[in-house]
Design a protein around this ligand. Sequence first.
Ligand code: KIV
Ligand code: ZN
Length: 513
Amino acid sequence: MTNNEKTRVIKIFDTTLRDGEQSPGCSMNLPEKVEVARRLEKLGVDIMEAGFPASSPGDLESVKTIAGIIKDCTVAGLCRCVEKDIDAAREALAQAVHPRIHLFLATSPIHLEYKLKMTPEQVLEQAVSSVKYAKKCCAEVEFSAEDASRSDPDFLCRVFAAVIDAGATTVNVPDTTGYAMPEEFAALIRYVKAHTVNIERARISVHVHNDLGLAVANSLAAVAAGADQVECTINGIGERAGNASLEELVMALRVRKDYWGVDTRIDTTQIYAASRLVTQVTGVKVQPNKAIVGENAFAHEAGIHQHGVLANRATYEIMTPESIGIPKNRMVLGKHSGRHAFEDRLKDMGLNLDAKTQEAVFTQFKLLADKKKVVSDRDIEALVMGATATVPETYRIDYWVITIGSALGATSTIRLKDKDDLLHEESATGDGPINAAFKAINQIIQKDLDLEIFELGAITGGITAQGESTVKIGWEGRRWNGRGVSTDIVESAIKAYIAAINAMEWELSAGSR
Ligand code: KIV
Ligand code: ZN
């Protein structure tokens, strides 16, 4: 490429809030989704898929809310190729500055025969009529040929040509099952480019799952073959083994720009904060050795490596931690730290809070610093999460006491304050403190909740680490997540359980709001 040629810019289509959110254990409530959406906007994604409006009233509400807030990027809503889905997306996206309707319909023989029970001609017809219908209310229409990588390439090109004629502005080639190999997937993209008669009128996108661990490799191969948009998620969350991870894709394109010759609009210094936020709201941690954002991604253990890095970081680091927004080592924060140092730290961590929230978090910081000698960045993140992405508190802890002994089992007494400041107290016994506490809370709220996931960990290492609990509760076939943090691990569990109950109460009361 000569210096005069312009670098091709690949569009980043983030689907953390749709494909990511629909995967096991990753559900988010509305305030959490809004928080993630704001962060994606700051990160500089070109398109964010905010949800699947027809899938539930909650999804419609969250796409609508996000569409009303996000200004600097396109907001997309997913739809099956049916009018009622498109109507729901139109309603949800009405306030979006840049709306996009994203339609999908499978094109592979196995999906046609067993799932859709449709002939190829019927699929073609339904795809075209849906694009035409969507086009009446939205200028940007993306059409995804679900399971494209296992479809007949000629049929795929026929469908793409027909939907482009009908008005589709982007055609997406999903490797829905994560089956493709990089060179094979690249060949498919080249085939689509060469054999779709009107392809110059649309953008080519790819959407790759990670079942064989190849999602990022396949997406990069597709970019080299001419794809102009990649669909991905923060931390690679998504159906089954997940989607292509945004941070890996973007950093591969940025660090090896010399090789790929393309770039993205992403502000990479926002990557770490986005990854941490998604971990926080979903409770799904990234593996320590995960590329780019894992705990060990910039850690050097072997003496010989440490020696090299001390002499020159580039000996063992191909990118700097700062390039993805990991704050530099700085002063330790503790009880003597003032407002100034605290605010600086928030800024370094990419956490921009409004004045009221900042004040509330600072008060919490001071309380925590009284209990803990050193307040880590992870502790600060937890305080910020507690003050931002939360639903209204139907219940909060007023008081708890639990007695426990090897010969006694556990007995709990829990007192909760409700939103009208009324107190509710119950006692229960259980085979451990958490079991006894949760039973007493179930008695207070008069619901026999299923505890589907309960995880207890520490935010940081060390004896003074704060406990962090994550729970998923189930009731009448629906599920809600909750997180709790405290210097006392039992209290962190109680807080997490109450957070999940508050999410449930808030969602269940949606009809009456
Ligand atoms: O994996 C897939 O095929 C999808 C489509 C809806 C794009 O998620
Ligand atoms: Zn998908």
